[in-house]
Design a protein around this ligand. Structure first.
Ligand code: C2O
Ligand code: CU
Ligand code: CU
Length: 528
């Protein structure tokens, strides 16, 4: 137990002027939210681990032989167990943070970028002022001190910036990393660990020579979501992993701004999924392929002993039907959403090693029951649609601190929420309009901050069915989730507890261009 430095958690807002954007060219201006010097509630007690994290400008070699300008989150342990921060090789990716359930952590964050930012711990359940809400964004030279206890189950979480209007460009420029939580329940399973436990973030990027480029098509990229021309894993193109013939745990994160992956093994072996966003499933499940929307995670278990030594097994993304997007994307990205491509290859070499068998039972999920819900038959419905040229939630776009009456819930309750993708920007778009008709439209990966939820059921309308059936066999709805893909014409009902922290939290589309244009709202949990 390292002793705390006794500082109050506060926002140090230097009066540095905002310097014009560097590197990225979004059409959305940065938003200032907090007055300089604003303080968040003092904490400052003893913690188990203290980390210094900085947002910096950097240059890294992404493509061999040339450097690109990136923005990165870098970190080091300043007090406590040094293994809490593990750098990730040669890339822009932030280091992997390793925490234990129950640990108290302090993260002292310094913004050295020329624009405001704030870091969010995606999937963690933390108090409102520790969640990286855009109202806490700090300017250049600003500091934000986070302090929270890891309440989450063991699982694959991540961190990324969350300033309003600038999340897409900042994540794209490199600001993201894994946050992995372990606990006693998981330890008891002897799942593949150490070098056999491989975090893999999949992101698509576009380059001009060696230089990362974003928003090549201006407003069109904002409306659809940015799509790159090539797929990187852990910040590296043409990802290849040398492996030995034994079992591995692959922690797969879709860290892309807007691309959806339909992951499969190239040889047709089914995927074995052991965990989703909120940690281990009750038992492993198999899927012919896994559909992974932006921000979603799956942990795959794979036994490379079944692959002949000296040969490869490739993780690929299969084609799927994204008709309305495909037409619009023609000629814009060389890799439209729904295109087929390789993600990573695994080359098996060496003698068979002793392996960890796949446990038949993984975890006690502690799922909620619909009987707990205050509204079992009348879900709180959030309609996802295009209105007045913008993506909206129940017709509204983001307001920094506002909540609508239907966005307030009471602490201590469990509720059914329903995300309904009403389409919009379908065939009409191709004719030059921004019509909001039913049918057509884009998928929206809906994310809620705070506690994880569970998917109750999904229904699809007739217009959306054909496209839906090309991805729906890859949904993994069996465990805890914080992000759920909602296809055009689809209704997804989720069951969520609001039982830990009161306050103002976000729910939004995790297509980062949609989020930045305002497809994000607050919900407020009022004390009981
Ligand atoms: Cu991963 Cu509110 O975001
Ligand atoms: Cu989040
Ligand atoms: Cu969206």
């Amino acid at each position: 137990m390292a002793s705390g430095s006794g500082v109050a958690a506060l926002v140090v807002a230097a009066c540095a002027p905002k310097i014009g954007g560097s590197g990225s060219d979004s059409t959305v201006a940065p938003t200032s939210s907090l007055a300089p010097g604003t303080t968040v509630p003092a904490t400052g007690g003893p913690v188990d681990v203290e980390i210094s994290m900085r947002a910096i400008n950097d240059r890294v070699e992404i493509r061999p032989g040339g450097e690109s300008e990136v923005w990165r989150l870098v970190a080091e342990v300043t007090d406590g167990d040094a293994s809490a921060v593990v750098p990730v090789g040669e890339s822009y990716l932030g280091p992997t943070l390793h925490f234990r359930r129950g640990q108290r952590v302090r993260i002292v964050f310094d913004n050295e970028l020329s624009e405001e930012t704030i870091v969010h711990w995606h999937g963690l359940d933390v108090p409102e002022d520790m969640d990286g809400h855009p109202r806490f964004a700090v300017p250049n030279g600003g500091r934000y001190v986070y302090e929270f206890t890891i309440e989450n189950r063991a699982g694959t979480y991540w961190y990324h910036p969350h300033p309003h209007g600038r999340t897409g460009p900042q994540v794209y420029a490199g600001m993201a990393g894994f946050l992995i939580v372990s606990d006693d329940e998981e330890d008891a399973l002897s799942l593949p660990g150490g070098e056999f436990d491989v975090p893999m973030v999949i992101q698509d990027r576009a380059f001009d020579g060696d230089r990362l480029v974003y928003m090549r098509n201006g407003m069109m990229d904002q409306m659809i979501g940015f799509l790159g021309d090539e797929v990187l894993v852990n910040g590296q193109p043409d990802a290849a992993f040398p492996v030995v013939p034994r079992s591995y745990r692959l922690r797969v994160l879709n860290g892309s701004n807007s691309r959806i992956y339909k992951l499969a093994w190239d040889d047709g072996t089914p995927l074995t999924v052991i965990a989703t966003d909120g940690g281990l499933l009750a038992a492993p499940v198999e899927r012919p392929y896994v559909t992974l929307g932006p921000a979603e995670r799956v942990d795959l278990w794979v036994d490379f002993a079944s692959v002949p030594s000296g040969s490869d097994r490739r993780l690929v993304s299969l084609p799927f039907d994204a008709p309305q997007m495909g037409g619009m994307m023609g000629g814009r990205s060389s890799l439209p959403n729904g295109a087929a491509f390789d993600v990573a290859s695994f080359t098996v070499a060496g003698a068979a090693a002793s392996t960890d068998p796949l446990p038949p039972v993984l975890s006690d999920l502690g799922l909620a029951s619909i009987d707990e819900a205050t509204n079992p038959d009348s879900a709180r419905t959030i309609v996802l649609a295009m209105a007045r040229g913008s993506w909206t939630l129940n017709g509204r776009t983001f307001e920094m601190t506002a909540v609508a009456p239907e966005e307030t819930v009471r602490l201590g309750t469990t509720e059914v929420w329903e995300f309904f993708n009403a389409g919009g920007m379908g065939g009409g778009m191709m004719g030059g309009g921004m019509g909001g008709g039913m049918g057509g439209g884009l998928a929206h990966p809906m994310h809620m901050h705070g506690q994880q939820f569970q998917v109750l059921d999904r229904t699809i309308d007739d217009d959306g069915r054909a496209a839906w059936e090309t991805v729906s066999g890859g949904y993994v709805d069996d465990g805890w989730k914080d992000t759920v893909l909602v296809m055009p014409g689809e209704r997804v009902r989720v069951l969520r507890r609001f039982t830990t922290f009161p306050g103002l939290f976000l729910y939004h589309c995790h297509n980062l261009e949609h989020e930045d244009m305002g497809m994000m709202r607050n919900f407020r949990i009022d004390p009981a």
